[in-house]
Unconditional design. Structure first.
Length: 91
């Protein structure tokens, strides 16, 4: 039981850390190069790999509500186009 509680605490800490990083993904926040490199895996588009913490990235950031993966605006738009062409998964 104690292992389960510790696991829950660790999971909660990870969720808080993840949320803090995601809160940085806004156009008005600029982070140093070291932090951009440190969090690159967690802040890059799941399709094209662009680091969305980079100050040159100006688009929106999208998150899959199921798996939590992040996508840049361009890749998300392409996925939406495919969805429209196929009329969704269930047709």
């Amino acid at each position: 039981m104690q292992k389960l509680i510790l696991s829950g605490v660790k999971m909660n800490e990870e969720e808080i850390r993840r949320e803090k990083i995601r809160n940085l993904l806004t156009p008005d926040v600029i982070v140093c190069k070291d932090c951009r490199d440190k969090y690159k895996d967690e802040t890059s588009c799941s399709v094209c790999g662009i680091n969305m913490l980079d100050p040159n990235y100006k688009g929106m950031v999208y998150e899959c509500p199921v798996c939590g993966k992040l996508y840049c605006e361009s890749c998300w738009s392409k996925m939406e186009e495919v969805k429209q062409e196929n009329k969704g998964i269930f047709h």
